[in-house]
Design a binder for this molecule. Structure first.
Ligand code: SF4
Length: 409
């Protein structure tokens, strides 16, 4: 179960399986479980699912099979119901599976699955990822940076970085192409490492594999024009990345490890090579002021106007249980509004910042602005016009954001 949106369907499917074939074991795992259900204590869940597994699923699933067959005694990272109580079982001595040792995923059912192409929205990046089937592979387990304060960095899925090598990834791709006849890949990494993207691109070109692919990256200085051109030649169509609050003070505060100048240079290189660039944007980060919000929007406007950015989306900051921001909530002067633990899901923590206005009021203007920028509208206008209430004038500091330093003659 990857997302909250899959929750209801997963329970309905499990209930149907239990009604049709009660002896079939049902197992719940995936992204939603790993983030939201880590303290699951509601025994009713186990009327639908026999097991709930955490983090990488291969070894827990193997152990469920082996324990059922009486071959080994211990489950790994698994919750189950015993005598009406939810218990967590683990075997810390269980082997860890290295990412590069995973076998190629079996995509053979995809070819006859009859998936429909979805036209989800006019956003060019959202269209790309919804309008055609993509074969999903990960270049690495985890994120090589794993420091951003808003991210779930304490979870194994982010914290433990373990890359495959380019040869292994290309072998997985060849197998997937043979299984399905498809040649479009989505590398699902939260942040694909630039060096590995370079090695992969070189190998795809050397082998003459005609593929198309897209991935999520960090707008790092390693994304040079040479690397961008290489990736484009190897079939890269689009790259998405977090520009977050698009403001240097906030990028530093959240430990993003990027500046607006580095991000702008990376975007310029990618866009110049013909790669579609999409940015994830964030507003409402603790301590963010209206001035910083309008400065960020003006920086984003200039990226669109210069053709460095083609698509973007604003998300409101959410304080999550597994993030450094939650650990630093006192330093950030956040007041937690509801700290009840509950027996089912827990991840996003309601909070406010005493003495500060609700940042929710900025959302509509930010979204309206970027929606229009994506259609080439309002790129030369004063960004304050997108708001229904007075906003400060973009500052001179904002005008400097993202600019390349002047070259000495
Ligand atoms: S936000 Fe992205 S880059 Fe930052 S730690 Fe999380 S996965 Fe890594």
């Amino acid at each position: 179960m990857p997302f909250p949106g899959a929750l209801y369907g997963a329970f309905r499917i499990a209930r149907r399986i239990k009604a049709l074939a009660p002896a079939v074991a049902t197992v719940l795992g995936g992204g939603y479980v790993n983030t939201e259900l880590r303290a699951l204590a509601d025994p009713r869940v186990f009327g639908f699912f026999d097991y709930v597994t955490y983090d990488d699923g291969e070894i827990p699933l193997l152990r469920i099979v082996e324990v059922s067959a009486g071959a080994v005694p211990a489950y790994v990272r698994t919750r189950l119901r015993r005598q009406g109580k939810v218990v967590f079982c683990d075997d810390p001595s269980a082997p860890a599976l290295r990412h590069r040792d995973r076998p190629a995923p079996d995509f053979s059912p995809v070819a006859r699955a009859g998936y429909l192409a979805m036209a989800e929205s006019p956003n060019p990046m959202h269209r790309l990822w919804s309008e055609r089937p993509w074969l999903k592979l990960a270049l690495a387990h985890g994120c090589y940076w794993h420091r951003c304060a808003f991210c779930d960095t304490s979870l194994d899925t982010i914290r433990r970085y373990d890359p495959a090598d380019a040869e292994t990834v290309v072998a997985w791709m060849e197998r997937a192409m043979a299984d399905t006849g498809l040649a479009g890949f989505h590398f699902v990494d939260e942040a694909a490492p630039p060096a590995l993207l370079g090695n992969l691109s070189r190998l795809l070109i050397k082998r003459g594999l005609r593929v198309e692919w897209w991935a999520n990256i960090r707008f790092e200085k390693q994304l040079t024009r040479e690397l961008a051109r290489l990736m484009r030649r190897s079939g890269c169509l689009a790259l998405t990345g977090g520009l977050e609050c698009a403001h240097d003070r906030l990028l530093a505060l959240m430990d993003k490890g990027l500046t607006t100048r580095q991000a702008a240079a990376a975007m310029r290189a990618l866009a110049g090579a013909g790669i579609l660039v999409h940015a994830y944007l964030m507003y409402g980060y603790p301590t963010q002021t209206p001035q910083e919000t309008i400065d960020a929007l003006d920086f984003v406007r200039r990226l669109f106007a210069r053709g460095c950015l083609h698509s973007a989306y604003w998300h409101r900051f959410a304080l999550t249980l597994h993030s450094p921001a939650f650990q630093r909530r006192d330093k950030l002067h956040l007041r937690i509004l509801d700290s009840r633990e509950g027996a089912f899901a827990r991840n996003e923590i309601p909070f406010d910042e005493p003495g500060r206005p609700d940042p929710g009021r900025f959302g509509e203007g930010l979204r309206r602005a970027v929606y229009n920028f994506m259609h080439g509208v309002g790129l030369e206008s004063d960004v304050r016009t997108w708001f229904d209430f007075p906003m400060p004038r973009p500052s001179r500091e904002a005008l400097r954001a993202g600019r390349q330093p002047r070259r000495s003659r």
